[in-house]
Design a protein around this ligand. Structure first.
Ligand SMILES: Nc1ncnc2c1ncn2[C@@H]1O[C@H](COP(=O)(O)OP(=O)(O)OP(=O)(O)O)[C@@H](O)[C@H]1O
Ligand SMILES: [Mg+2]
Length: 453
């Protein structure tokens, strides 16, 4: 049901309109003059308005203006008298959605109202999605309580409302994209687009077309004019992800655009002014690339005005408990269950893991653990930590596994033996003979060790 406000001083006319719209899902509020209309508009959640222009007290044009001042997104249909086309033009100029001329046909009124209902539905959907996105990418969704993350949030908070170019560096999975989105959401540009371009995923010639656009016929296959991301992001933020992978010739063009604040589409001669804020990100060492001649020095200085480095997770292990709890809560909500508790052993494993894939890896490990956990406790059995020597655990040989256990997990011999026996017992449902077979021991030896434990 949508709430419609119908403003009309003639009772008979109101009745006719109500009858014509009676089968639409509308809840109709009625007002017989402009003052009453504004009272209702300000006290109820009105999604659309139909107003006559000729009204006692406050005229329809003023009602329209005041509504547009407060809630420009609400569609207003005006009813004008036959022959007063000037009024209709003026109303459209003031932001009216459409107009109908008295006497109107049933079809005209109904199609106009249906269109307005659709617009109003889409508008509220957009508002809802925008709130969702803003919530998801606000700074308070960047979790962590280490000194490092607090300092990053302070820096990002300071720079967000300026138009300064920001360069975010950090290993894969450290949260570079999350931080850029939050920076955009907290800037004055938040109502305009945030457009990501992945410089690594697009081959050089296409990347130019993607960034700067092209005219029709600029090259074979350019069947029609295409605006580039610089134009599409107007008023907003362009997020250049993996900027370290941008080819040198594209770098040169990009630098010119940054300096002149204008672009030319490929195959075009017209200069188009740009209005975008640039946030760039990379997991490469740009300074090293500069010294190797792989990244332009002048471009580097231009984009590194405000660098923010996100350290890898292993350099801010203090964030691990909070992040883990955050992801467990997140997946519990998704799976619709009570958040399980992490055993101390799990906490210790998570704390000590090298996290080469950083927060993305932690999130994945916990998602898997949540799927494997049936009860209300996540135990070591549920936590599968891959990646060591850059390889999945299944591909390591015994020596590498021993090295991993001793060096990375710091597990001593006694603990190891205990774990080995516990695990064998667990998967043999506490049948000592079965467990002994698995461990290559006699039943008596296992019994003895179990007693010792
Ligand atoms: N501080 C954090 N709090 C909560 N979630 C985080 C945090 N940092 C990263 N994440 C989550 O980790 C995942 C990886 O983050 P993101 O994609 O921003 O990393 P990235 O640095 O851009 O990685 P890549 O270099 O691989 O593109 C995302 O799911 C993101 O939401
Ligand atoms: Mg990324």
């Amino acid at each position: 049901m949508s709430n419609l406000l119908l403003v009309e001083d003639e009772t008979r006319m109101r009745e006719v309109i109500k009858m014509l719209l009676s089968d639409l899902p509308l809840n109709i509020f009625e007002a017989c003059d402009g003052a009453e209309a504004l009272d209702i508009f300000n006290s109820e959640t009105i999604q659309m308005v139909i107003t006559d222009l000729k009204l006692p007290k406050i005229g329809g044009m003023d009602v329209l203006k005041q509504i547009k001042d407060v809630k420009p997104e609400v569609p207003v249909i005006v009813i004008t008298a036959f022959g007063s086309i000037d009024n209709a033009v003026e109303a459209i100029h003031q932001g009216a959605f459409d107009y109908v001329t008295k006497p109107f046909t049933e079809d005209k009124l109904r199609s106009c109202v249906k269109k307005a209902m659709e617009i109003s539905r889409l508008t509220s959907e957009v508002q809802y999605l925008r709130r969702e996105i803003e919530g998801k990418y606000a700074f308070n969704n960047i979790v962590g309580n280490s000194c490092e993350i607090c300092e990053i949030l302070r820096l990002a908070g300071e720079v967000s409302h300026r138009d300064t170019t920001v360069l975010i560096t950090g290993e894969s999975g450290t949260g570079k994209e999350l931080l850029s989105r939050a920076t955009h959401i907290n800037s004055a540009r938040s109502k305009r687009p945030f457009l990501p371009v992945n410089c690594a995923a697009i081959p050089a010639p296409l990347l130019e077309a993607e960034l700067f656009g092209h005219e029709k016929g600029a090259f074979t296959g350019a069947h029609q004019l295409k605006k580039g991301k610089f134009e599409l992001a107007a008023g907003g933020t362009l997020f250049l992800d993996e900027i370290g992978d941008m080819q040198l010739d594209v770098q040169a063009k990009f630098l010119r655009v940054l300096e002149s604040k204008s672009i030319e589409r490929l195959g075009g001669h017209r200069t188009i002014a740009t209005d975008v804020r640039i946030i760039a990100a990379t997991n490469k060492d740009l300074e090293k690339m500069v010294s190797e001649g792989k990244f332009r020095e002048d471009l580097y200085y231009r984009i590194s005005v405000f660098p923010i480095r996100i350290p890898p997770l292993r350099e801010r292990r203090d964030d691990i408990p909070l992040l883990s709890q955050y992801f467990i809560n997140e997946f519990s909500t998704t799976f619709g269950r009570r958040p399980p508790i992490m055993s101390d052993r799990v906490m210790e494993m998570l704390y000590n893991h090298p996290w080469k894939g950083n927060i993305r890896e932690l999130r994945n490990v916990l998602e898997r653990a949540m799927i494997l956990t049936k009860g209300d406790q996540i135990t070591a059995r549920h936590v599968i930590l891959h990646e060591s020597h850059g390889k999945p655990l299944g591909e390591l040989n015994l020596d590498q596994i021993v090295e991993l256990l001793i060096r990375e997990h710091r597990i001593g011999l006694e603990d190891m033996e205990k774990k080995y026996i516990q695990y064998a017992m667990e998967i043999s449902s506490n049948n000592v003979s079965k467990a002994a077979r698995l461990l290559g021991l006699s039943r008596a030896t296992l019994r003895y060790r179990l007693d010792k434990m």
